[in-house]
Ligand binder design. Structure first.
Ligand SMILES: C=C1C[C@]23C[C@@]1(O)CC[C@H]2[C@@]12CCC[C@@](C)(C(=O)O1)[C@H]2[C@@H]3C(=O)O
Ligand SMILES: O=C(O)CCC(=O)C(=O)O
Ligand SMILES: [Fe+2]
Length: 345
């Protein structure tokens, strides 16, 4: 079978053009009807609960991340390996990008059958209303789209994005090994039985100031398709995780911390031991501009994923049938949040 890259796979499962032309958020004074979400959508959350914060220098870190993945599907990490000044740089470059005039950003618009560039999130097609969100997706090199935005002055942006991707790849590998280690599975087991993970995409997210944050949605509820996602968020709250029995729970921003969430691929490999976190981003107070940068760590498109053998050898029954990453992206492109139940045995 011919191999295909992940960006090809996303190109083969396109979203349609009218879903990727963003609103000029700076020019609107009221929320247009196209962006008003039904009153029944409750954006509030339980503030008494939150996901665990784990110090990676803690000698119990492996056990703690394992527990967090089982109970929450998400946790925050401190004392990770990403320098604070790089987190500041990525946020400042993200702000510089989204502060460009909309006509400039449109030059880097994601093509109808493309996977990278500026535009609305892929999940937009599943919702009747638009989100108060702008995104910029990078796979591999940011250079082509950066040149469209800043023809003569894109070196700083590219340099920061490339350094961030490199550091994140190492961080994601370390976290994956730690998480799998809690199941007594090593990185080598994963490479041998499934394939070698890699940085699938870097997604810059912008939630522009909104005249009525209680009626608009930042990023609608979804799970990520990744093995795991590492998110850096600006100092403004907005990210919420859904916890069975508790409802939506806010993730309090901690300066310098990173949010890690389990994606669908790790959910399948762990035979649902680790939960792919359902999450969303609501809007902050009026006038606030929230930013985040999500790094998706995934598997090559031709990898075949199914519950890991070491788990099944201990007598567990597989809960999911085997699928290639490519097939799963295709299933998710039409079935969205039902995708995991679609492959359940
Ligand atoms: C590799 C990817 C994961 C992602 C689709 C993408 O091609 C790049 C953007 C990612 C993102 C970010 C917002 C939520 C999400 C569901 C979406 O619509 O685009 C994720 C995708 C995903 O995890 O499937
Ligand atoms: O901005 C956030 O807090 C969430 C972003 C997110 O879920 C994503 O990019 O997949
Ligand atoms: Fe997400």
């Amino acid at each position: 079978m011919a191999t295909s890259t992940l960006s090809q796979v996303y190109r083969e499962n396109p979203i349609h053009l009218h879903h990727i032309i963003p609103l000029d958020f700076n020019s609107v004074r009221t929320v247009p009807d196209s962006h008003v979400w039904p009153k029944s959508d409750d954006f509030s959350s339980d503030h008494r609960l939150t996901i665990p914060t784990i110090d990676l220098k803690d000698t119990d870190a492996a056990k703690l991340v394992g527990q967090a993945c089982e109970t929450w599907g998400a946790f925050q990490v401190i004392n990770h390996g990403i320098p604070l000044n790089l987190l500041e740089e990525i946020e400042s470059e993200t702000r510089r990008l989204f502060s460009l005039p909309v006509e400039t950003k449109m030059k880097a618009l994601r093509e109808p059958e493309g996977a990278t560039g500026y535009g609305l999130p892929r999940i937009s097609k599943f919702f009747p209303k638009y989100m108060w969100h702008e995104g910029f997706t990078i796979m591999d090199s940011p250079a082509d789209h950066a040149r469209m935005l800043w023809p003569n002055d894109n070196a700083r942006f590219c340099d920061v994005m490339e350094r961030y991707q490199k550091k994140m790849e190492a961080e994601a590998e370390k976290l994956t090994n730690l998480i799998l280690g809690s199941l007594e599975i090593t990185g080598e087991d994963l490479n041998r039985d499934v394939g070698s993970p890699f940085g699938a995409a870097l997604q810059l997210n912008s939630y522009p100031p909104c005249p009525n944050p209680n009626r608009a949605m930042g990023l609608a509820p979804h799970t990520d398709t990744s093995l795991l996602t590492i998110l850096h968020q600006s100092a403004l709250s907005g990210l919420q995780i859904f916890k069975q029995g508790a409802g939506w729970v806010s993730v309090r921003p901690i300066a310098g911390a990173l949010v890690v969430n389990v994606g669908d691929l790790l959910h399948i490999l762990s035979n649902a031991r680790f939960k792919s976190a359902l999450h969303r981003a609501v809007l902050n107070q009026e006038g606030y501009h929230r930013l985040s940068e999500a790094y998706f760590y995934g598997l090559p498109s031709d990898c075949r994923v199914s519950p890991l053998l070491k788990l099944l050898n201990s007598g567990e029954k597989p809960r999911y049938r085997s699928v290639t990453v490519k097939e799963y992206v295709g299933i998710k492109s039409t079935n969205f949040v039902e995708a995991l139940s679609f492959i359940r045995i």
